[in-house]
Ligand binder design. Structure first.
Ligand SMILES: NC(=O)c1ccc[n+]([C@@H]2O[C@H](COP(=O)([O-])OP(=O)(O)OC[C@H]3O[C@@H](n4cnc5c(N)ncnc54)[C@H](O)[C@@H]3O)[C@@H](O)[C@H]2O)c1
Length: 490
């Protein structure tokens, strides 16, 4: 059924919402406080649909119909007949509350009022309203037509029928609608904390540098972007305050702990792409990444522990020896442990020990970890042999869980915690993260790909070794790991 939808605030998000709903056949009425903003949004939507028509995605008639459905209004009174109003104005509680209060005087009692807020509590916006039951969050992602998911967020007092209707309207427009509770970061921004905060922590601990972490996440883990490229894209000013706000709202739970690396960078204006410099430099708008040195050429034999995956054994080929001689590299494959701890546990000479992360896609990149006392010539031989087929190798400092195990385990754990807190259903968690954050799989499916018991083992060891409650496994994960059931129920 076609709705009459008002959109207030026609900036980056508002105009995308207008395009999506107009293409779905709804009538749109646009209002913005800034002079010229509505005209600019209407022109933008026109250009976008004309482009789709030129590509053949829309017929010329369909494009003309979309444009005809989009009309300006010059005051809130112009929204009187709307069945739904979506607000996408400035991210300030006082401004949104004042707007919703004024709006209630203009629209009928049956009109749904939705906010596109990223970080404010829906219940706090609704608290300003005469009828809080009709207020809900409707959180889209930028650019709205391309990011095919929206979070529908019922506030504490929102009527169930309002949530259902918003879900139907979003799905009618071809986007996946997920339901998220009115909790810090809702679903997607909550789930996204793990990659950022663990990436920052790895750099803070000197395990790898910014480029090193990003390369492992992108190539060895198969993500589209590493955490630092992403922070540069969204802007550290914005992401830094989201990190802080979610941490505060979760009562300083160490799982969400922000990084001390961020405030000085914000103070220095290193926001990322938009300021030309962030974790990377963007001299001509293009990200500059240092060239990676080729593996050294060094020969020597390698003794592999008996847990080494077959792919690693095959890669190293004739360099592998069953009985190490005095010069052989001792190469370990570890889960949730560091080289120092493993060498001490096994009674091995740490100066000859290195470890390779068995979790990652060895075809794309291998991660080689050294202890603080591993000899330089040992690292050189291991590096040369791991890169003997021309493959890429990252050399990192000692860290329980390497880079990839730590980041993956934290992503899975955060997804499990969202499920444990009842913030969203397992299916919604995975779909929202895939579509909203672009991860190759949702956190729960990532956990199953690795095995829930393995993730639980990594986290338990990380917590024991570091003493940091940040790594405590979610009880939702623990129960499933102990019972041997998958995180995603078939
Ligand atoms: N940009 C994103 O990636 C993104 C993603 C999800 C959610 N959001 C949320 O969407 C909302 C809008 O963000 P944006 O990036 O589109 O901002 P924007 O600055 O691009 O656009 C905001 C528009 O609202 C107008 N406006 C401000 N106060 C107003 C008022 N009181 N009444 C009417 N119009 C008013 C401004 O003139 C401007 O045109 C915010 O709540 C933001 O947190 C943004």
């Amino acid at each position: 059924m076609a709705e009459l939808i008002g959109v207030i605030g026609t900036g980056a998000m508002g105009r995308g919402i207008v395009q999506l709903f107009a293409q779905a056949g709804h009538q749109l009425r646009l209002f913005d406080a800034a002079p010229g903003a509505v005209d600019a949004a209407i022109a933008f939507v026109g250009t976008m649909v004309d482009r789709l028509a030129a590509k053949g995605t829309l017929t010329a008639q369909a494009a003309a119909d979309v444009k005809a459905r989009v009309r300006p209004v010059d005051s809130l009174a112009g929204l009187a007949g709307c069945t739904l109003v979506v607000e996408a104005i400035i991210e300030r509680l006082d401004a949104k509350q004042a707007l919703f209060r004024e709006l209630e005087a203009q629209v009928g009692d049956g009109c749904i009022l939705a906010s596109n807020t990223s970080s404010l509590l829906i219940s706090a916006i609704a608290a300003a309203c005469r009828l809080p039951g009709r207020v809900a969050g409707l959180h889209f992602f930028n650019p709205v037509p391309l990011m095919k998911v929206a979070e529908v967020i019922p506030g504490v007092l929102t009527d169930a029928a309002v949530t259902d209707r918003l879900k139907a309207i979003v799905e009618g427009a071809g986007h996946r609608a997920v339901i998220a509770a009115d909790q810090p970061g809702f679903l997607v921004n909550h789930a996204g904390r793990a990659l950022y905060t663990e990436g920052l922590r790895l750099v803070e601990e000197g395990v790898a540098d910014v480029v090193g972490v990003d390369r492992i996440v992108r190539e060895a883990m198969g993500f589209r972007m590493g955490p630092f490229e992403l922070l540069d894209l969204t802007g550290l000013d914005v992401s830094g305050s989201v990190m802080l706000s979610i941490y505060e709202q979760f009562q300083h739970d160490p799982r969400y702990r922000p990084s001390a690396l961020v405030p000085p960078r914000i103070a220095a204006g290193l926001f990322g792409r938009k300021t030309g410099r962030g974790f990377y430099a963007y001299p001509d708008g293009e990200r500059q990444e240092p060239v990676e040195a080729a593996p050294p050429s060094a020969s020597g034999t390698i003794w592999l522990d008996d847990r080494a995956p077959a792919a690693l054994r095959a890669l190293l080929g004739d360099a592998v020896v069953d009985r190490p001689d005095a010069a052989s590299v001792l190469m370990l494959t570890l889960w949730g442990e560091d080289v120092s701890g493993a060498a001490a546990r096994l009674g091995l000479d740490a100066a000859r020990c290195v470890a390779v992360d068995p979790i990652t896609d060895l075809a794309r990149r291998r991660t080689l970890m050294r202890s603080p006392v591993t000899r330089a010539d040992v690292v050189e031989v291991a590096h040369a042999q791991l890169g003997r087929d021309g493959g890429k190798v990252s050399v990192i400092g000692d860290s329980a869980g390497f880079v990839a195990q730590r980041i993956l385990a934290m992503i899975v754990n955060t997804g499990c915690e969202i499920a444990q807190r009842g913030i969203a259903s397992p299916a919604d968690i995975d779909d929202a993260v895939r579509l909203g954050l672009g991860y190759p799989k949702g956190p729960l499916a990532l956990g199953d790909a690795l095995d829930a018991a393995r993730v639980f083992e990594i986290l338990t060891r990380l917590q024991a070794i570091t003493g940091d409650p940040r790594y405590r496994p979610s009880q939702w994960l623990r129960r499933r790991a102990l019972l041997g059931v998958p995180l995603v129920q078939p």
